[in-house]
Design a protein around this ligand. Sequence first.
Ligand code: ADP
Ligand code: MG
Length: 450
Amino acid sequence: MDLNNIWNSFLNNIKSKINDIAYDTWFSETKLINLNENIATVLVPYHIHKKSLSENYNDIIEEVFTEITGSNFKFNYVVEEEIENNITQSTEIIGVPNNNEPFETNLDSRYTFKNFIIGPSNKFAATSALAVAEQPGKMYNPLFIYGSSGLGKTHLMQAIGNYIVKNSNKKVLYIPCDTFINDFIDIYRDPSSNNIEAIKKFKNKYRDIDVLMIDDIHSLVRANSAQQEFFNTFNDLYNNEKQIIISSDRSPDDIKKLEERLKTRFNWGLQVNILPPDFKLRMEILDNKIANSELTEVVPYDVKEYIASNCVGDVRRLEGSITRVFAYATMMNGSEITLEIAKEALKDDYSKASLSQNKMDQVIQIVCDYYNVKEEVFLSKNRSNEVAIPRMIAMYICRTYLDENLTKIGIKFGGKNHTTVMHAVNKIKKAILEDDKLNTEIQKMINQIR
Ligand code: ADP
Ligand code: MG
């Protein structure tokens, strides 16, 4: 048997033994690339796979592989760029569920890994999330998930919680950061109350648990005392190997006024970024949403395409749009869903957005004309100065004169992330101060837009 055949039988066998999500995440993209003496070398997509496969799945992998090959192999996992490295392994048994005492988790059972649709923009985040869910407190602590609003941070976080609750007897607590702050402030609000009792209750709630999930941690900076308390809570949980999962709309380094010592701690674990979905993922999310709705109507491709092309940077808005179209069609006496109906249903929502889209298009056109750069080249990854500088200027104009947000500009300019846009804007801001000629040029372009 050649390597591919061996691996295919192995995968088929494994697939029947573990759940679909674990299979898709950890095994579906692996490949056996070498069998030597008693070492099997397997190529995996990310480093995180090496850790998960060797720590969580080693026993089952060795067992199934022995069954297929008739001899014992040790496994060595490699990612593309380090095909020669050897990895040491350890085995660990996954926690077995038993009957839970009832415990307030605040989890919403609708958010699962199963209905979280994966694409290039969220794949790493979803993979890391599953790794943490399978081995809370052991794989990555804390796990810090960040990205703009509406991209699935809360969903992913809750999926981890739901997974852990289902597969273990661990105590999980999901808390929006604001609730944490309010709980803390409440202790001292009522002077007549018994502080000691209140503090005890607070500590019980936040420390007598195995997994703490704090959503939207960027809010923490609004209350200094709560920040102190969070630091203490963090240390206590961390030192006891309890899993901490945090979400935020930006990376720890970008949260101004967050204490340095907290930033340092957030850097101890793993930070994962969720980016805006590409067109294909937007279509898949829509399909999924439609499939899970009670709607029996067929939604034509052009309707989905229309929605997916208009909602670029936000899954929440994508979902809102399809819900609105359903509601509108029902209201029109259950009429068939057509592109006309969809446009009618969404016209208010989309007109404002398309106005700003058009304005950004206009900026690009004017800047391209001014510097004589072709638009395709302008929006490509070309980094030569003749293209890169006009591109930065256009981003600067969109930011300062159209007041567009960084994420939207990034998407418009060929899928750049918001920090890239921010750097470009700052660079031009600085350059203008030192370069009168550049300043005049930019003013001329802005006058054209006006
Ligand atoms: P955030 O917390 O980042 O603001 P949410 O997690 O609340 O975003 O997501 C907004 C909505 O979009 C939720 O209804 C969520 O279920 C949905 N959503 C986001 N990403 C995905 C995805 N990849 N697959 C399916 N649904 C998603
Ligand atoms: Mg959220």
